[in-house]
Design a protein around this ligand. Structure first.
Ligand code: NAD
Length: 251
């Protein structure tokens, strides 16, 4: 029962960002060939250049043709894929639901839900061409324990959790489908919802007070959980949406 990913091919979307780059590095450390995919070409190339065996591919995960190409290009480059990490996603700017417009909602559904649908749709046949494999989706603890101000984002992550569990029931035993539910982490995500590079001190203090482990998540906390769920050690786990939340959702 190995945590090694020697000779395995792992695709990570949104891999130029906080969680995605830590995830790409974690799989690379375990010996994987990594497909570093992001809409941010420069960021993807920069990361791939630091990994022992990696390629960078530009992918807009809302675009069906682009996601299909991501999978076929990864197969062409490395001979198949063993793990698909559907990580790309963004929050909307924090605001009461009644102040959100329809374009924002449609964009949220496209980047956070259509993306995961497409990543799964094209990964499942590719994983089967390889004899089986694993999908890990990046949801959020916000999908289970929503806070005010991010209602539509929270709903998209609820959809990812339900999609993960539903698909897991369809595609076993050769394909496992799991998700992680991270708590707040100070990645590019903070800038997307707040406009600031870091959480304001008062907000961090309030949020950390609700996390028994006494801190926000690191990108490595999330990456290591994703890698575990994708590993042989998690070979009996499917439909699991793992709370990587330092205990935030206990109470
Ligand atoms: N940071 C947190 O607090 C937190 C908590 C729970 C869940 N999440 C989720 O984790 C995932 C990763 O977020 P992060 O925290 O690393 O944020 P991030 O902003 O650092 O990274 C997001 C990455 O996604 C890429 N991206 C955005 N739109 C894209 C598109 N259309 N196609 C392809 N790539 C696209 C960006 O270029 C960026 O590299 C997201 O799904 C997010 O919702 C984040």
């Amino acid at each position: 029962m190995e945590l090694s990913f020697e000779n395995k091919v792992v695709v990570v979307t949104g891999a130029a960002g906080g969680f995605g780059s830590a995830t790409a590095r974690a799989f690379a450390e375990a010996g994987a060939h990594v497909v570093v995919s992001d809409i941010n070409t420069a960021g993807a190339r920069q990361l791939a250049a630091t990994l022992p065996s990696a390629i960078a591919l530009t992918t807009d995960v809302t675009d069906e043709d682009a996601v299909r190409d991501l999978v076929t290009d990864a197969e062409a480059q490395f001979g198949g894929i063993d793990v698909m990490v559907n990580n790309a996603g963004v929050p909307h700017r924090a605001a009461p639901l009644v102040d959100l417009d329809v374009d924002t909602v449609d964009r949220q559904l496209a980047v956070n839900v259509r993306s995961v649908f497409l990543g799964c749709k094209y990964a499942v046949p590719a994983l089967r061409r390889r004899g089986g494999g694993v999908i890990v989706n990046v949801a959020s603890i916000a999908g289970k324990r929503p806070r005010p101000g991010l209602s539509v984002y929270n709903a998209t992550k609820g959809a990812v959790i339900t999609l993960t569990r539903g698909l897991a029931g369809e595609v076993g035993p050769d394909v496992r489908v799991n998700a992680v539910n991270p708590v707040i982490s100070e990645t590019g995500f903070v800038k997307s919802f707040s406009g600031a590079d870091r959480l304001p001190d008062d907000l961090r203090t309030t949020w950390v007070a609700g996390i028994p482990m006494g801190r926000t998540a690191t990108a490595e906390d999330v990456a290591h959980s994703i890698r575990f769920l994708a590993s042989d050690q998690a070979g009996f786990l499917t439909g699991v949406c793992l709370d990587v939340d330092g205990g935030r959702s206990i109470h």
